[in-house]
Design a protein around this ligand. Sequence first.
Ligand SMILES: C[S@@+](CC[C@H](N)C(=O)[O-])C[C@H]1O[C@@H](n2cnc3c(N)ncnc32)[C@H](O)[C@@H]1O
Length: 234
Amino acid sequence: MTIVRNDPAQYDALAQQWWRPRGMFAMLHWLAAARAALVPPATRPGAVLVDFGCGGGLMAPHVARLGYRHVGVDLSATALPQALAHGVAAIRGDVRAVPLADGCADVVTAGEILEHVTELPAAIAEACRLLRPGGLLVVDTLADTALSRFVAVTLAERLPGGPPPGIHDPALFVNRKVLVTECARHGVRLALRGIRPSMTGTARWLTGRVEVVRMVPVGTTSVLFQGIGRKENA
Ligand SMILES: C[S@@+](CC[C@H](N)C(=O)[O-])C[C@H]1O[C@@H](n2cnc3c(N)ncnc32)[C@H](O)[C@@H]1O
């Protein structure tokens, strides 16, 4: 059977996997924890965190105590009810044209979504548009390098804990220069750092001793990386 890479229908076929820590989305759990660790507690009542491509809402338990209203945006009709059930105010929408007001967000996260989106600049523009001055953008995604294509597709799709086969289209992997330049154009200076799953954590996960693997910093952004930056004050 021919796999259509990055086919949105895959998320429907995999809908039962979202909340299984040993399922096909296992690594998304690890990444959600690492992403949430970059989000500081809310500094004002009513603060809003907008979660681009929230999927099943895996970040919800990690940000629940930070004091934000957690709003999710996703296209997947089967993922959204699961996000809702975990306390995310999840709305159906496209991250390239989000149905939310300018400056409504104290934090925008875009976790493992930018590498699934055609028209990357439109998604970045939307993330920056939603941020209020001083608001925080947190992203994690895959770089558009040969190494990344090898590690995240050729290798990882064959490994336990790796992404479901066909979920990524390497042609959409993210050009770091474009990401940083587009963010800067919209007033967010993004700093990048590479991350990977901890080796010992992965060994412990494989042998069933832990449910979550810690993501650790790595000296290159050429595979998996996080980005963080604040929107400049007007
Ligand atoms: C790899 S999953 C990541 C989910 C979540 N951020 C996480 O880390 O658990 C990618 C998600 O992006 C959603 N998605 C893909 N393209 C989208 C778009 N243009 N607008 C909104 N959501 C999109 C998919 O439905 C899917 O839920």
